[in-house]
Write a protein that binds this ligand. Structure first.
Ligand code: PNS
Length: 161
């Protein structure tokens, strides 16, 4: 059984993340989408909120699981008996950071492969940070994020979380 872990902050999940999840689900028997619990950068949404938003965003794939992790990614991947880490690449600007992370992880765990999946060009500019900013400033994010996330972000306009 080929298992992959797709780790990230997902703060919140965007249509770009969803695109990567759907692509990964076609390549692996099981994909574990895992939210980092204690990222160095503070998350805007709580772990519970991020979890709920991921869960309620329909994946159209039944081989996708949602989970969370802390500590080293490679330890978690080993614990899950996964052979690969999936990361999405939007544009060249993502490459430096992703390259560094993949090689660092490889140094610690040579048996784990990092697989980069290109997001659809329609999402190549999309980031969780911009989505939050647009929502806070009263813009429409309904074409950028899954429905349940858009609903949640809508509340930001009114100052609620
Ligand atoms: O969505 P993000 O914020 O780009 O995800 C980054 C993430 C969670 C994949 C990365 O920060 C991570 O793997 N953190 C776990 C700690 C770790 O293993 N660090 C060493 C990797 S170089």
């Amino acid at each position: 059984m080929k298992i992959a872990v797709y780790p990230g902050s997902f703060d919140p999940i965007t249509n770009g993340h969803l695109d990567v999840i759907e692509r990964a689900a076609k390549l692996f028997d099981k994909v574990i989408v895992s939210i980092i619990r204690n990222p160095e950068k503070r998350s805007f949404f709580s772990l519970k909120d991020r979890f709920e938003m991921l869960k309620s965003s329909s994946f159209h794939c039944d081989n996708v699981e949602i989970d969370s992790f802390d500590g080293l990614l490679v330890d978690y991947v080993r614990e899950k008996k996964a052979g690969a880490v999936v990361r999405g690449l939007r544009a060249v600007s993502d490459f430096d950071y992703e390259f560094q992370m993949a090689l660092t992880n490889r140094r610690m765990a040579p048996e784990i492969e990092t697989v980069f999946l290109m997001t659809d060009y329609r999402y190549s500019y999309l980031s969780s940070s911009f989505v939050k900013q647009i929502a806070r400033l009263g813009g429409d994010v309904s074409s950028l994020v899954p429905g349940p996330v858009a609903k949640r972000l809508q509340k930001l306009k009114k100052g609620a979380r």
